[in-house]
Design a protein around this ligand. Structure first.
Ligand code: ATP
Ligand code: FE
Ligand code: MG
Length: 353
């Protein structure tokens, strides 16, 4: 099975070809990512309209490059998958329309892929793990703990009550005057600083594994104001202190998620933790999760950096997983900005306690 995957939900224009061989082993034949960072940087964040226009301009060439890198033509592709949500609607429409057009012209099945599901299933592409597993999804738009039961079956255990983790990194970076995207910048500077500035750890010890990150960012702002004008060393110390607080929060919340996971699937369930999404690139976070997993007898599965942030290979793979189960979508599949993985999850409550 060979699937072409298209990703246009945010500011990466990406296309990739992934194959699963008869013996079940998966192979990434190509993975082309055209980041639009330079277009958005001067605005300090992604501008949806600019992103959508850039996807229109970049996507065809990215797809051609993905086919060329794989050494294949469309004749050798079995299905086309595109991110249909959640994300910025303009970009999603570009990807879905392009994917459906190729599918229609070639008489191929089309699969509308959930972007979060693609992050969730990446560890099966890279590590070949089975179900179930606990997923910590930490990206620019999402912060969730999910029990992954099967392809298409996700139970949300915890979520953020306010900002996503990547968003908290980006906003913290911005208020410290660091360039966008902030996550990698904060991590880089944190290495030169010391975590010696007291910051709160919201939600620590709380029963339900929810997150709340807006207050942490505000605390960094106040600490920065108190220390203005900021020396380079203080900025580095603030980054280190913020990252340290985040690592502790994530470790504590994930520990609660593990407990709920074992309650749900039994003590004998496979003890597997997968971390996915762009923030999974953070080494301090991985270190914290590594320690937690060792203590709790879990194995940690973190995709390589290039597959943590948005890419086409994860979309192709998620499409392949559905297609292998005999599922595909019609030409009436539509882009949708909102598309939760667990539609039955109740709204997260409990802020302010
Ligand atoms: P979503 O997947 O929820 O739609 P997204 O596509 O913006 O959101 P990703 O591309 O998966 O998210 O991840 C981008 C986020 O990851 C940004 O917020 C970025 O700052 C953050 N990030 C990237 N590298 C690091 C790092 N080393 N440390 C912390 N955060 C990071
Ligand atoms: Fe993403
Ligand atoms: Mg992104």
């Amino acid at each position: 099975l060979t699937v072409l995957g298209i990703e246009t939900s945010c500011d990466e224009t990406a296309a990739a070809v992934v194959r699963r061989k008869a013996d079940g082993r998966a192979e990434i034949l190509s993975n082309v990512v055209r980041a639009q960072l330079d277009l958005h940087r001067r605005y300090g964040g992604v501008v949806p309209e600019i992103a959508a226009r850039a996807h229109v301009e970049l996507l065809d060439a990215a797809i051609q490059q993905a086919l060329d890198d794989a050494g294949l033509t469309l004749d050798e592709i079995n299905a086309v998958a595109a991110t249909a949500g959640p994300g910025l609607i303009g970009g999603l429409i570009v990807g879905v329309v392009t994917g459906k057009s190729i599918a229609l012209a070639r008489g191929l099945p089309f699969i509308a892929v959930n972007h979060l599901e693609a992050h969730a299933l990446t560890a099966r592409l890279t590590d070949g793990i089975g179900f179930p597993y606990l997923l910590l999804l930490v990206s620019g738009g999402h912060t969730q703990l999910l029990a992954v039961e099967d392809v298409g079956r996700y139970r949300r255990l915890g979520t953020t009550l306010d900002d996503a983790l990547g968003e908290a990194f980006d906003k913290t970076a911005k208020l410290l005057g660091l360039p966008y995207p902030g996550g990698p910048e904060v991590e880089k500077l944190a290495r030169e600083g010391e975590a010696n500035i007291p910051l709160p750890r919201p939600m620590l010890g709380r029963e339900e594994p929810h997150f709340s990150l807006a207050g942490l960012k505000t605390a960094v702002r106040q600490a920065a104001q108190q220390r203005a004008p900021l020396s380079d060393q203080t900025v580095a110390d603030l980054c280190a202190s913020f990252q340290e607080a985040v690592a502790e929060i994530v470790e504590d919340r994930t520990a609660r998620g593990m407990a709920l996971y074992l309650e749900r699937f039994g003590e004998d369930a496979p003890r597997q933790l997968v971390v996915a999404g762009g923030v999974a690139a953070n080494q301090r976070l991985r270190e914290a999760l590594d320690g937690l997993c060792q203590r709790k007898g879990f194995t940690l599965h973190a995709p390589p950096l290039s597959l943590c942030s948005d890419n086409g290979a994860m979309i192709a793979w998620a499409g392949l997983e559905h297609f292998a189960k005999g599922e595909s979508d019609g030409m009436d599949a539509e882009a949708c900005a909102r598309w939760p993985l667990d539609p039955e999850a109740p709204p997260a409550i409990g802020a302010g306690v």
